[in-house]
Design a protein around this ligand. Structure first.
Ligand code: B1H
Length: 838
């Protein structure tokens, strides 16, 4: 509109001056030096790696912003249907390396900064992780954003800009201790503050009921507290495309008019206090993975975030002057777990209370707009909110939820009359003291599609937590979308040597956008020279990890040993406990050997990493046990290099980037039916690591792809779990004898004061071993022996390793995202045209 009013000279001047940045070495060097001397106000002679990082980051950011502007500008004009991915977690990790690689500028920047006296690896190493997530769920959101941008889909992420990400973990006397992750201490160059985009969010208050001029009853919510949401945009560049998508993160700020109640009461001190409380909303990421905390502040976070996001989405839709019925043709909203489920209620409220649509018209729009991804079946992770607390914070939303529930149950009653048990099981409200809102039920009722994250998991939810819903709605609503990981970060960036070898071998780098092309590597297993190169790269990656282990754990490990890795959040269902118990078994076996017998033992380095939720006592004891075992084993001259045990502290995305390429075998050993998918399993196999695992989550599909010769599967199957628990509980199945031996060793004080570990050992009491460690122990030990035997045949192993990578095409997040786009969101790619962004 403005542009049309300008005289031609002005338009031409803007066009001339707003040309995209040049990307030759000299232009890049100029931009870096410009940022050093102006933005950072430093001189070349007092630069360190960190300020070099800052300058390179700012120069990279300029190029990101150009693409962001161009993409978003064109998308506003074209206005295609977009998808909005609502996630309380985006576990992005570092941005610089990824941005440079995706934009195709890494080599030029590398050369540019070398000549300026800096080394790319050191500069990259100075960046702190953006750790706004707990584990798999948050990292999945980050991989999906990479794929959405790479595939040119019009997509925005919406999340919260926490001041504190997941805590930093340090190990003190073998115990986990938590330190705050104040990641914004130094300015964050990867975000664009949008101080002009500010939305008022209300809380509390009461509901007014009025009759409108047609005699229709209308409700309007009158909150008594209000906070501001400020937008921070994080550009997400696609790989090998000009497209650049956005993640909009909200930050809470006090409203200018302070808190309404206190302000009106004239209580100045109280209103300053309220202002501080407003800022608390986006202060900290809740550090629970797969468990629900139930804290009021968490509910505030969820409403603050969904209300701000919906307001933004609705504002963008309204600009197009379309009919409301067109909303689901322009907008798809994906709910990443139940955390954003309030968005369903908020959209219904906006349409009915503020836009004056009828309930039924509004509800049709809502259910066509939303789709819901379930990530877990663990009961302790199911979100429930107490009705009284909810009512206090969100009185109008509670009414709407009760209405949604009433109309839903009325329909159920029509279909299955007089089945009160069914109504109770399906109800969004659980009749407890006090009543609880079941967020998963609300999410199912308010969405047109519900998906699990791996085939096994998607089937499991249909027969367990959502069984009655499947009976009511039919099968078509409940689908599977197997998770995936981005090959850009998890191979190209983290394993540059292997990426290079693959590109040389396949004759092009097309595989980075079509991962199925990796199957071309399968033909190379017979090529001894290729196998040698393949294994040399694995060894180099192990050397790099050995250096990290030396630095962080002060333990020397041999890169010629078998590297055995289990890195993931510490949780009983993931069974790190079973792993360390098997390590103790291995230790005892070695100790009982003669020198001659020891000569045939396959040396192994067992590497653990992962955070326990700060309040999860048993998980924290597992960390302590691992460290106590490590202390004894690593010092024992009778064992030497045959066995080393390390716990790498503060496992995060950038540590994972070093660990994944360096593993020979990794452990994905959850009790069958408990790990919804797992995604690190995919990352390890993609990097030529074999896995040992149960028939759980995506392991099942990895087995299908790589074949049973290239994976070590053990343990009971998901459908056997209930019977095994029953037998254990009521028929007193005895404990596995090898496991009994291991426990006796702990109880004898082989590893520190055994009293420390008593609560852990108690979890194995016959009848209480919920995660079936005893039932699976023998087959686990046997599978580990098969790993040792297979690893000794290095030529055969190298073939397995190559075949693993070759068969990972399915697990690209590009495949996952394409399925979501075509089968749930109904969106099409839009590729940015190179027309200059004015
Ligand atoms: C997964 C969670 C999770 N499932 C609650 N559920 C949270 C639940 O803060 N909370 O309240 C946080 C996280 N995370 C993981 O999702 C699954 O355990 C993995 O198996 C899966 O691969 C991953 C991505 O789908």
């Amino acid at each position: 509109a403005e542009k049309a009013k300008w005289p031609k000279e002005t338009v031409d001047l803007w066009a001339k001056l707003s040309k995209k940045e040049a990307n030759d070495i000299e232009a890049i060097q100029k931009s870096i030096v410009h940022h050093v001397t102006t933005t950072l106000a430093r001189a070349a002679y007092n630069m360190d790696n960190f300020s070099a990082y800052q300058a390179v980051a700012l120069s990279t950011r300029d190029r990101l912003i150009s693409r962001w502007n161009e993409t978003q500008g064109q998308l506003s004009k074209v206005d295609p249907k977009r998808v909005y991915y609502l996630s309380l977690e985006f576990l992005l990790g570092r941005s610089m390396d990824n941005a440079l690689l995706n934009m195709g500028l890494k080599d030029t920047y590398d050369k540019s900064i070398k000549k300026l006296g800096f080394n790319m690896e050191d500069v990259i190493g100075s960046e702190v992780d953006a750790a706004l997530g707990n584990g798999g769920l948050g990292r999945l959101a980050a991989c999906y954003m990479d794929s959405l941008a790479t595939l040119d889909y019009p997509a925005w992420g919406y999340g919260l800009r926490y001041n504190y990400g997941i805590f930093q973990q340090r190990i003190v006397d073998g115990y986990q201790t938590e330190f705050p992750d104040y990641w914004l201490n130094f300015d964050n160059p990867w975000e664009l503050p949008r101080l002009d985009i500010s939305i008022q969010i209300g809380f509390g208050g009461h509901v007014q009921t009025i009759q409108d001029e047609y005699g229709v009853t209308r409700h309007s919510w009158v909150p008594n507290q209000s906070v501001q949401a400020i937008a921070y945009d994080v550009p997400i560049p696609g790989y090998d495309t000009e497209n650049c998508n956005n993640i909009r993160l909200w930050r809470s700020k006090p409203t200018r008019v302070f808190d309404l109640t206190s302000f009106n009461e004239g209580n100045y001190e109280k209103s300053v206090e309220d202002a501080t409380n407003a800022e608390k909303i986006t202060s900290v990421l809740y550090p629970n993975d797969n468990t629900m905390a139930g804290k009021e502040l968490r509910l505030k976070q969820q409403y603050f975030w969904t209300a701000a996001s919906l307001h933004d989405i609705v504002r963008r839709f309204k600009k197009s002057m379309r009919e409301w019925s067109d909303f689901p043709n322009q907008v798809a909203i994906q709910l990443n777990d139940t955390h954003p489920t309030l968005a369903i209620v908020e959209l219904q409220r906006l349409l009915v209370d503020e836009e004056m649509l009828s309930w039924d018209d509004a509800w049709e729009i809502v259910t066509k707009t939303f789709a819901f991804t379930n990530h877990t079946v663990l009961p302790e992770a199911m979100e429930k909110w107490s009705v009284p607390m909810f009512e206090y914070l969100l009185p109008r939303h509670l009414q709407i939820i009760f209405d949604i529930n009433l109309f839903f149950l009325q329909k159920v009653e029509l279909k299955s009359p007089n089945d009160r048990g069914l109504l109770n099981r399906l109800s969004i409200i659980e009749e407890a003291q006090p009543q609880q809102i079941r967020m998963a039920h609300l999410a199912v009722v308010g969405s047109h599609k519900v998906n699990g994250v791996a085939a096994l998991h998607s089937n499991l939810i249909k027969t367990t937590i959502f069984k009655d819903f499947v009976d009511y709605y039919g099968e078509e609503k409940f689908i599977n979308k197997t998770n995936g990981v981005t090959p850009r970060r998890w191979l190209h960036q983290s394993n540059p040597q292997l990426s290079k070898l693959i590109t040389e071998t396949l004759g092009s780098d097309k595989w980075l956008k079509d991962l199925s092309l990796l199957k071309g590597l399968a033909a190379k297993t017979g090529d001894a020279a290729f196998r040698k190169k393949w294994m040399a790269i694995k060894r180099a990656n192990k050397v790099r990890l050995a250096e990290l282990i030396k630095e962080r754990c002060d333990v020397e490990v041999s890169p010629d040993a078998l590297f055995d890795v289990q890195v993931k959040r510490i949780h009983e269902y993931k069974r790190q406990f079973m792993n360390i118990l098997s390590v103790i078994h291995r230790y005892r076996t070695i100790k009982s050997m003669t020198a001659a017998q020891k000569a045939s033992v396959q040396p192994r380095v067992v590497i653990f990493g992962g955070k326990a939720a700060p309040g999860y006592y048993i998980a924290k004891l597992v960390i302590k046990l691992i460290n106590s075992v490590a202390a004894v084993v690593n010092q024992d001259p009778a064992v030497g290099d045959l066995l080393k045990v390390v716990f790498v502290p503060d496992y995060n995305v950038s540590v994972a980037e070093i660990i994944c390429p360096a593993s020979d075998i990794s452990q994905h050993i959850s009790t069958a039916g408990t790990e919804a998918s797992g995604t690190s399993n995919m990352k390890f196999v993609l990097n030529g690591g074999l896995i040992i695992g149960t028939l759980d989550g995506a392991n099942v599909e990895i087995l299908e792809e790589v074949g049973e010769d290239n994976i070590f599967i053990f343990g009971c199957m998901a459908h056997e779990v209930e019977d095994l628990r029953h037998a254990q509980r009521y028929r007193g199945v005895p404990m596995d004898p090898a496991l009994q031996g291991v426990i006796s060793a702990i109880e004898k004080g082989t590893f520190e004061d055994p009293k420390i570990f008593q609560p852990l050992i108690s979890t194995l009491t016959v009848g209480k071993d919920f995660y079936l460690i005893s039932a699976d122990f023998a087959s686990y030990i046997a599978a580990n022996q098969q790993v040792d035997a297979a690893y000794k045949k290095q030529e055969e192993w190298s073939k397995k390793s190559i075949l693993c990578t070759a068969h990972m095409g399915k697990f690209s997040s590009d495949r996952s995202v394409k399925e979501y786009a075509e089968e749930i969101w109904n969106i099409k790619p839009y590729s940015v045209k190179d027309e200059g962004y004015l």
